[in-house]
Ligand binder design. Structure first.
Ligand SMILES: [Zn+2]
Ligand SMILES: [Zn+2]
Length: 345
């Protein structure tokens, strides 16, 4: 390749013809580039702007690999490394503006898709060494596993289009979840991402409900699990059973839930989160690794919350009574009877 013909803005720097300095144009942008190009290609070096480096990183290595392979290729192997050039042209047809990151080997790529509600979704791809014969491995934030259709003729753009199609199909689900996140106190998960299908919503200081929503039919009745003091939970269950038939499958999820349980969820405008995220009465923390204080004293004047493991250890060390898988003892706060199930492991 004649460097000066291909890149007229590169200037030869030495007599040996191995060092060039100048500018090249990539994506309508000029980048400063310095290239050491000795006869032994394995010693080639390239220094440039970091942005260009991101775009080019790996090309040089691939170039070196291909050079080495050319020798062996003619004799036996028809296995090729991932073609950097092919990937670049696939990225180009997909749009550079959608590319968020790419690693030096051109095997890990991340693309951005902004849906029509302005939510930003990342599609991560890990290219197989036999790309495109073998499909890339995809990492997404979709609420169900992304299982794209792929043939050896498929391109990254095909994959991206299937991803945006999937993203569009979950708009209603994310609308419903966003509504809950904005208008209730979500105790779990912390900072839910787009793939999270459950929410634990605070109802009162002594009760919460964990809902698991079907992302494909988010307006249907979600599965509900209640947590808290017995008297609150049994009332909620009763309400749920008697209102079950009023659920409107076309209606708003949050409104449906409130009518179902006959409650008004406390909202960020009417309350503080601390009122519901009660700390454990034994270790005085809210989060114990992944555990929240889910055991609650059933005495309505007490209602103290405890981590399961804290309460279990406390009762065991204070000479409790044990029957089958249940431990009986006294609430460390009000001394009223309290029970806890033995840990399953
Ligand atoms: Zn605790
Ligand atoms: Zn108590």
């Amino acid at each position: 390749m004649d460097m000066l013909l291909e890149f007229p803005n590169m200037v030869l720097q030495n007599r040996e013809g191995t060092r060039y300095d100048g500018y090249i144009t990539v994506m309508n942008e000029d980048f400063r580039l310095c290239l050491e190009y000795p006869s032994d290609i394995a010693k080639a070096t390239l220094s440039c702007d970091w942005k260009l480096k991101c775009l080019l990183d790996g090309c040089l290595d691939v170039l070196k690999q291909e050079k080495k392979l050319e020798v062996t290729k003619s004799t036996k192997s028809n296995k090729e490394p991932i073609k950097c050039g092919q990937i670049i042209s696939e990225i180009e047809s997909l749009g550079w503006d959608r590319l968020v990151s790419v690693d030096a080997d051109f095997t890990l790529l991340q693309f951005l898709h902004t849906d029509h509600k302005g939510r930003e979704h990342i599609l991560g791809m890990k290219l197989h060494p036999q790309h495109p014969v073998e499909p890339p491995q995809c990492i997404t934030d979709l609420p169900v596993p992304f299982d794209p259709h792929w043939t050896n003729k498929s391109t990254l753009e095909d994959l991206y289009n299937q991803f945006t199609h999937s993203v569009n199909s979950y708009q209603l689900f994310w609308d419903c979840m966003e509504d809950i996140d904005k208008n209730t106190w979500v105790l779990e998960p912390d900072n839910p991402n787009f793939s999270a299908v459950y929410r634990r919503i605070a109802i009162s200081s002594s009760a919460s409900v964990q809902i698991t929503v079907d992302p494909k039919q988010p307006q249907l009745l979600p599965s509900c699990r209640f947590m808290g003091a017995d008297h609150s939970v049994s009332q909620l269950r009763q309400n749920m059973n008697s209102n079950l038939y009023h659920w409107d499958p076309e209606g708003n999820l949050l409104e449906n839930l409130q009518s179902l349980l006959d409650v008004t969820f406390p909202t960020p405008t009417t309350s503080k989160k601390e009122e519901f995220s009660m700390e454990c009465g034994i270790c005085y923390s809210y989060k114990l690794e992944t555990e929240l204080p889910n055991e609650v004293c059933n005495d309505s004047r007490c209602g103290q919350a405890y981590h399961h493991s804290c309460l279990y250890e406390w009762l065991r060390s204070s000479g409790c009574r044990q029957s089958f898988n249940t431990v009986f003892g006294e609430c460390p706060y009000c001394s009223k009877p309290i029970t806890v199930k033995m840990p399953t492991t």
